[in-house]
Design a protein around this ligand. Structure first.
Ligand code: GDP
Ligand code: IMO
Ligand code: MG
Length: 440
C-alpha cells in the first residue's frame, strides 16, 4: 500500500524525519510539488542532513527518488544538494528520476520575486526568496521552461526563443540591470549536460512500478495551511501540498494513494507572514523556539511559535482525508506545568469549531483554550515505547487525536530517527507488518 506523508500545519512539522524513518519500507519516495523552498531535516546518529529538493528517502541506498512534474527545479540548487550529500558519503547515482515536465526556476524568477515582495511592503508574504511563486506563475501563464525543454541546445531553437521572450518580459518589469538572455541560454545548455542522465517520464516509471507491486511513499512539502487553494491565501506557497497535488504532480491515478499520514507538531510554528491564531509572544515563545530549535531550515529565519491548534488540524484532516497522524516534537513540551490546546475560535462573539475559509476572518479569530496538565518532572525526550510516556503526555496525545478526529500512529520524541514511538495496532504498525510479509 502506497503512503502519502503530508504536513498538517504551516510546514516544518518534521516530515523529513518521518519520511526517512518509513523509507526502508518502500521502493520509491516521490516529491510532487514545491521546490527548494522546502527544508527537510533528517538526523541520523549525530549526523544531520537538510534536504530541499531531493526526496527525504535519498539517504537509503535501496530507495529510488522521483521529482515529479509538479515540482519546480532550480538546477544549481539541485547540483549543490547532490554535492552536499556526496561530501557526506551519500551517492545519488542512478537512484534519481526527474520528470521532464517539471518546470525550471531561473535567476529572473528570484529577481521578480524580490521585486514583488518589495512592492507589497507591509503586505509582503515573507517568502523564502527561491523564485518559487514566479516560476509557478510562468507555468500557469504557459510560458514556463520545462526540464525536458533544455535538451534543445541550438541557438535558434524553441528554448532560445522562450528564454529571449521571458527575459524581455523580465526586463520590462525590472529596469536597470538587465538580464542577458544569451548568457542564460549558455548556462542552461551546460546544466542539461549534467541533468540529462536523470530526466525521464516519471508518470510512466511510477505507474509501472506500482503495477509491479512496488511500494511508493509520496512526500509532501510545505503544509496544508500553505497550500495555494486550501491554505491561508495569500500567505501561502504556490503549489498544492495537500493530497490532491499528488495525482496532478506525479501523473498517477487516485487509487494509487493507499493511505494518508498527516504530520503535526505537538504545538504550532509558522515562518513568514499571515494570521496565526495560537501564536504566543514573550518568554513562552522564546522557550518553544529555543527548545524546539525553531529556525528555518532553508532561510535560518526564526519561526513564530504557538500552541496546538485543533481547529486547523480538523481542517487539514478534512482536506487531506488523513487516516492517521504522526505527532512530532512532544519532547519540546517537557518541563511545562500546563499546556493550552486550542479547540475552538471566538469570532465576532460566536464560537467557531471549523477553520474559516476567509483569511480575513481567521485574522480576527481568538483562540479558545482547554488547558491540560503538563509533565514537568517526567521528560519524554528520547522515549521509544508508548507505555513509558508519562500519563499526562498520553492524555495530551489522546486529546490531540480526539479533537482532530484522527488516530495517532506515530509519536516523535527527538530529532533522531530512533527517537520514535510506533503506536501498536496503528496505521503505520499495520502497514509495516504488511510490508514485511510482502517482502519475505
Ligand atoms: P519538515 O520541513 O517538515 O521536514 O521539518 P523541518 O526539518 O523543517 O523541521 C523539523 C525540525 O525538528 C528538524 O530540525 C528536525 O530535526 C526536528 N525534529 C523532528 N522531530 C523532532 C522531535 O520529535 N523532537 C525534536 N526535538 N526535534 C524534532
Ligand atoms: P517545508 O517543506 C515552512 C512559507 C514561506 C512563506 C510562504 C511562501 O520545509 O515544510 P514561498 O517561498 O514558498 O513562495 O513562500 O511559505 N514556506 C514554508 N514554511 N516550511 C516550508 O517548507 C515552507 N515553504 C514555504 O516562509 O511564508
Ligand atoms: Mg522544513
Amino acid at each position: 500500500m502506497n503512503l502519502a506523508v503530508i504536513g498538517a500545519q504551516w510546514g516544518d512539522e518534521g516530515k523529513g524525519k518521518i519520511v526517512d524513518l518509513l523509507a526502508p519500507f518502500v521502493s520509491i519516495v516521490a516529491r510532487y510539488q514545491g521546490g527548494h523552498n522546502a527544508g527537510h531535516t533528517v538526523s541520523v546518529g549525530g549526523a544531520q542532513f537538510v534536504l530541499h529538493l531531493l526526496p527525504s528517502g535519498i539517504l537509503h541506498s535501496s530507495v529510488h527518488c522521483v521529482i515529479g512534474n509538479g515540482v519546480v527545479v532550480d538546477p544549481e540548487a539541485l547540483f549543490e544538494e547532490i554535492r552536499m550529500l556526496a561530501s557526506k558519503g551519500i551517492e545519488v547515482g542512478d537512484r534519481l528520476l526527474i520528470s521532464e515536465k517539471a518546470h525550471v526556476i531561473l535567476p529572473y524568477h528570484r529577481e521578480l520575486e524580490m521585486h514583488a515582495e518589495e512592492r507589497r511592503g507591509s503586505r509582503r508574504i515573507g517568502t523564502t526568496a527561491r523564485g518559487i511563486g514566479p516560476c509557478y506563475e510562468d507555468k500557469a501563464g504557459r510560458r514556463g521552461i520545462r526540464i525536458g525543454d533544455l535538451r534543445d541546445t541550438s541557438d535558434d531553437g524553441l528554448l532560445a526563443d522562450a528564454i529571449r521572450e521571458n527575459v524581455l518580459l523580465r526586463n520590462q518589469v525590472i529596469r536597470g540591470a538587465e538580464t542577458d538572455w544569451r548568457a542564460l541560454h549558455t548556462e542552461l545548455c551546460a546544466s542539461w549536460v549534467r541533468l540529462e542522465r536523470w530526466v525521464g517520464d516519471a508518470s510512466l516509471f511510477l505507474t509501472n512500478a506500482i503495477r509491479k507491486g512496488q511500494c511508493v511513499l509520496f512526500e509532501g512539502a510545505q503544509g496544508t495551511l500553505l497550500d495555494i487553494d486550501h491554505g491561508t491565501y495569500p500567505f501561502v506557497s504556490s503549489s498544492n501540498g495537500t493530497v490532491g497535488g499528488i495525482c496532478a504532480g506525479l501523473g498517477v491515478g487516485p487509487r494509487s494513494i493507499g493511505a494518508v499520514l498527516g504530520i503535526t507538531k505537538a504545538y504550532t510554528t509558522r515562518v513568514g507572514e499571515g494570521p496565526f491564531p495560537t501564536e504566543v509572544r514573550g518568554e513562552l515563545e522564546e522557550m518553544l523556539r529555543e527548545k524546539g530549535r525553531e529556525y528555518g531550515a532553508s532561510t535560518g529565519r526564526p519561526r513564530r511559535c504557538g500552541w496546538y491548534d485543533a481547529v486547523a488540524a480538523r481542517c487539514a484532516a478534512r482536506v487531506n482525508g488523513f487516516d492517521a497522524l504522526a505527532v512530532t516534537k512532544l519532547d519540546v513540551l517537557d518541563g511545562l506545568d500546563e499546556i493550552p490546546l486550542c479547540c475552538a475560535y471566538r469570532h465576532e462573539g460566536r464560537e467557531l469549531t471549523e477553520f474559516p475559509s476567509r483569511t480575513a476572518a481567521l485574522a480576527r479569530c481568538e483562540p479558545v483554550y482547554e488547558v491540560l496538565p503538563g509533565w514537568p518532572r517526567n521528560p519524554t525526550a528520547g522515549i521509544r515505547r508508548y507505555e513509558d510516556l508519562p500519563a499526562e503526555a498520553k492524555t495530551y496525545l489522546q486529546r490531540i487525536g480526539e479533537v482532530a478526529g484522527v488516530p495517532i500512529a506515530l509519536v516523535s520524541t527527538g530529532s533522531d530517527r530512533a527517537d520514535t514511538i510506533l503506536v501498536a495496532g496503528g496505521l503505520i504498525d499495520q502497514w509495516q507488518k504488511k510490508r514485511a510479509v510482502t517482502a519475505s
